[in-house]
Design a protein around this ligand. Structure first.
Ligand SMILES: *Cc1c(COP(=O)(O)O)cnc(C)c1O
Length: 427
């Protein structure tokens, strides 16, 4: 097994990555066959190693997107290569009609490393949130005697692209064109305890209606906006007082990214339900909904997924989770995150007309544009790409940095240099 040190020192050699680029890619053929649901950059990535990826022309990029906070161990990590290879040779898919030992082992890891007691496996973040919404509704019916349970969510949140999760998402831009939305949701401003208390009071005025509150510990897509400790303490207390479930959407921040296993560990509270996906599989599609035994209300036949928790994804996800611990990647996320934020803050100081602040936890960080800046986050992302650095916007005013958790101090320095150069050219 290759050590993290070797990996960071010489990813190309360690991974044995070749130099041949996948030439011959034709974007016009792609565009005439794939739906236009994504605004794509004119870039075809064909190979990766560590924190670097290469396009079909052989150009190298430092990858601070990581499949949007997904490639926890970077690209072609030897542990992932081995886990994928071993599992596909052994058994890759069977139905949940049977016991799947790898699923049990991953559930055990997740419950031993969180406040949750039980896990349901699915394939994505949206699907994990769908499961949590179903669990909340059943809890509302059976435990609180509510006919039409309401789930409160936050403005500027993001919970996925299915019908229920775009409804849960407190951003009209994701909802327009898709009415009628799903009933049973109510929105409050994020980090505002009074607003939440008021909403519960008015919704519950003539008997209980609120079954759950669904929040991100740190709003990712909505602008890398961390939850506030006092706010979350108050949310927890209001939930206890009214027997409301607190569901935390940890799809973007869970599994080590914030320097702790879970985002909620930064807030000093425990949720009743946790949803997770992105970083869990390191890039293989897996999601999970976890809950405390006190609200484990779904029974046989009430929820299911054909692919959910199959041996392949669970075997790989377990290897990712074990590597988080064995390679001390949470400590790396904290240290490299601090280094990155310090660099970003220098940039904020150097260009006050462009930037307002830099914020985040561990290795999820946002560079926030000044309200009067003549640029958008997309302009910065494009300029950085020209310098060989991949970044992703989090809304029009925030540039997001979510590199693999194996990122080295040298990678962070290099990213900051490339970004400074890009900003200099733009300004
Ligand atoms: C990405 C994301 C989702 C949706 O996950 P998918 O796997 O794309 O369905 C949900 N919630 C949060 C917080 C996310 O960042």
């Amino acid at each position: 097994m290759v050590s993290l040190k070797q990996l960071v020192k010489n990813p190309l050699k360690v991974f044995g990555a070749g130099t041949k680029a996948g030439k011959g890619f034709r974007p016009e053929v792609f565009d005439s066959h794939v739906m236009t649901t994504y605004g794509r950059f004119p870039l075809a990535l064909t190979r990766g190693a560590g924190c670097r990826v290469w396009d079909d022309q052989g150009h190298e990029y430092l990858d601070f997107v990581a499949g949007i906070a997904t490639c926890t161990l970077g690209h072609a990590h030897p542990i992932m290569v081995e886990a994928v290879t071993q599992q596909i040779q052994k058994l890759h898919h069977v139905s949940n009609l049977y016991y799947i030992p790898e699923q049990g082992a991953l559930a055990q890891w997740l419950t031993e490393h969180s406040c949750a007691d039980r896990v349901f496996f699915c394939n994505s973040g949206a699907e994990a949130n769908e499961g949590a919404i179903k669990l909340a509704r059943k809890y509302g019916h059976t435990e609180l005697g509510i006919d039409e349970p309401v789930v409160i969510t936050a403005k500027a949140s993001f919970h996925g692209r299915t019908l229920a999760t775009i409804t849960a998402t407190g951003q009209p831009k994701y909802q327009k064109s898709f009415s009628p939305l799903v009933p049973g949701f109510h929105y409050v401003p994020f980090n505002d305890g009074d607003a939440l208390e008021g909403a519960i009071a008015s919704l519950n005025a003539s008997g209980p209606r609120v079954a759950a509150i669904l929040l991100e510990a740190l709003q990712g897509e909505g602008g890398v906006n961390p939850g506030n400790v006092e706010y979350f303490q108050r949310v927890r207390q209001l939930c206890d007082q009214h027997k409301i479930l607190l569901i935390l959407d940890e799809v973007q921040v869970g599994v080590g990214r914030t320097g702790k296993v879970w985002g909620y560990e930064n807030l000093g509270i425990e949720p009743d339900v946790i949803t997770v996906a992105k970083g869990l599989g390191g890039g293989v599609p897996i999601g999970a909904m976890m809950c405390k035994s006190s609200c484990d209300v779904l029974g046989p036949g009430e929820h299911a997924s054909t692919y959910g928790g199959n041996p392949f994804v669970c075997g790989v996800a377990l290897a990712v989770c074990q590597t988080l611990e064995s390679e001390n990647l949470m400590a790396n996320a904290s240290a490299r995150g601090q280094q990155l934020r310090q660099g970003l803050l220098k940039l904020v100081d150097a260009y006050p007309e462009l930037f307002e602040q830099a914020r985040g936890w561990g290795l999820i960080n946002g560079l926030v544009l000044n309200g009067d800046a003549p640029l958008t986050s997309l302009d910065i992302v494009k300029a950085a790409m020209n310098e060989g650095l991949l970044l992703v916007p989090a809304g029009p005013n925030v540039v997001r940095f979510v590199p693999p958790l194996i990122v080295s101090a040298a990678d962070v320095d290099e990213a900051l240099k490339k970004l400074s150069k890009a900003v200099k050219i733009l300004s």
